[in-house]
Write a protein that binds this ligand. Structure first.
Ligand SMILES: NC(=O)c1ccc[n+]([C@@H]2O[C@H](COP(=O)([O-])OP(=O)(O)OC[C@H]3O[C@@H](n4cnc5c(N)ncnc54)[C@H](O)[C@@H]3O)[C@@H](O)[C@H]2O)c1
Ligand SMILES: O=C(O)C[C@H](O)C(=O)O
Length: 358
């Protein structure tokens, strides 16, 4: 986006992009957010990204990280509380993205219109003793409402769904988009990147390697035994004793609970999740740009198993998840784990489907 013409034109163009309440506050004062003679920002080409739940534990850090991403030209921060504060704060970072804030249901449409990528961490987190499924009764409705907004205002956007329980909320989103007639399975991506980050970290610890040099495929879903690390496919090629395999699989499957218990009621993973979500969002944007060989794990519509959704490696391109990779060779431990994962996933997916269809 280029701001051209004389200063008045440029200010008018910037004003048109400010959140209505900001503009209304400035109406008649011929200033933009209290500044006079504000020269048009030399906007450059880039992608438009919205974060829904931007004032939350994940959302605030994710907003900061996305503001730093040079592929982002416009960043919309939406929440039902505190959006103006987070927006004002992040907007002072001297990086390229223009930041706008949107507060409450009345401004959801403005937050979403024109977006290329919508990242959704909106919803409540776990407390100790809870499962991710315990969040369903609150988060299902939140995800439904936000996805209805996506279907109406930016039906072609890629959606990165973080809100738990991901094993059900992705199915909810798919049903909402199907009802709206906008469903594109390549563009609905459940974010399981934190499981991969944990797997790389824990495996690197055992092998004595730099986690940046380790790549562990994690398939299935995002809860307990549905999280299945494929240690037999680790890069660099490595072998593990049975006890190492058991330790690593359990630790990766319970990584979320490890943080929930350590935070002792103050929530769940936020900082590592923001890191993982920003990494996955960057991959989506590089795919949209047309970069080759952009491959990440994600919980997507899939024919890899008999289930309608499953996490595997996917290749991200201009139209979203353009290729869903197969599981590859599994050892006996992983084959047993796969059956356990599918058994639990089937019920979680159906719970999400039923929430919309019934
Ligand atoms: N996929 C993953 O790997 C992963 C990792 C960590 C957390 N999570 C999930 O992410 C979600 C958010 O976690 P958190 O720690 O950031 O929680 P949080 O409570 O700190 O933040 C949630 C934010 O969502 C906002 N919100 C609530 N209802 C909303 C609505 N209708 N529209 C827009 N925003 C709304 C809240 O105001 C809040 O700012 C939880 O469901 C958590 O379980 C997923
Ligand atoms: O564990 C949680 O509740 C949050 C998230 O799903 C995680 O894996 O950290």
């Amino acid at each position: 986006m280029e701001f051209r013409g004389d200063a008045t034109q440029r200010i008018a163009m910037i004003s048109a992009h400010l959140q209505p309440s900001f503009t209304s506050q400035m109406e008649g004062k011929n200033t933009v957010m209290g500044r006079e003679n504000c020269r048009g920002k030399g906007g450059k080409a880039g992608f438009k990204v919205a974060i829904l739940g931007a004032a939350g534990g994940i959302g605030q850090s994710l907003s900061l990280l996305m503001k730093m991403n040079p592929l982002v030209s416009l960043l919309h921060l939406y929440d039902v509380v505190n959006a103006p504060g987070v927006t004002a704060d992040v907007s002072h970072m001297d990086t390229g993205a223009v930041v706008r804030g949107f507060l409450g249901a009345k401004q959801l449409a403005d937050a979403l219109t024109g977006m290329d990528l919508v990242i959704i961490p909106a919803g409540v987190p776990r407390k100790p003793g809870m499962t991710r499924d315990d969040l369903f009764k609150i988060n299902a409705g939140i995800v439904k409402t936000l996805c209805e907004g996506v279907a109406k205002c930016c039906p072609n956007a890629i959606v990165n769904l973080i809100s738990n329980p991901v094993n059900s909320t992705v199915a909810i989103a798919a049903e909402v988009f199907k009802k709206a007639g906008t469903y594109d399975p390549k563009k609905l991506l459940g974010v399981t990147t934190l499981d991969v980050a944990r797997a790389n970290t824990f495996v690197a610890e055992v092998l004595g390697l730099d986690p940046r040099e380790v790549d562990v495929p994690v398939v299935g879903g995002h809860a307990g035994v549905t999280i299945l690390p494929l240690l037999s496919q680790v890069k660099p090629p490595s072998s593990f004793t049975p006890s190492e395999t058991e330790y690593l699989t359990n630790r990766i499957q319970n990584g979320g609970t490890e943080v929930v218990e350590a935070k002792a009621g103050a929530g769940s993973a936020t900082l590592s999740m923001a890191y993982a979500a920003a990494k996955f969002a960057d991959a989506c944007l590089r795919g949209l740009r047309g970069d080759a060989n952009v491959v990440e794990c994600s919980f997507v519509a899939s024919q890899v198993t008999e289930l309608p959704f499953f996490a595997t490696k996917v290749r991200l391109g201009r139209t979203g998840a353009e290729e869903v990779y197969q599981l590859g060779p599994l050892n006996e431990y992983e084959r047993v784990g796969l059956e356990k994962a599918k058994e639990e996933l089937a019920g979680s997916i159906q719970k999400g489907v039923d929430f919309i269809r019934k």
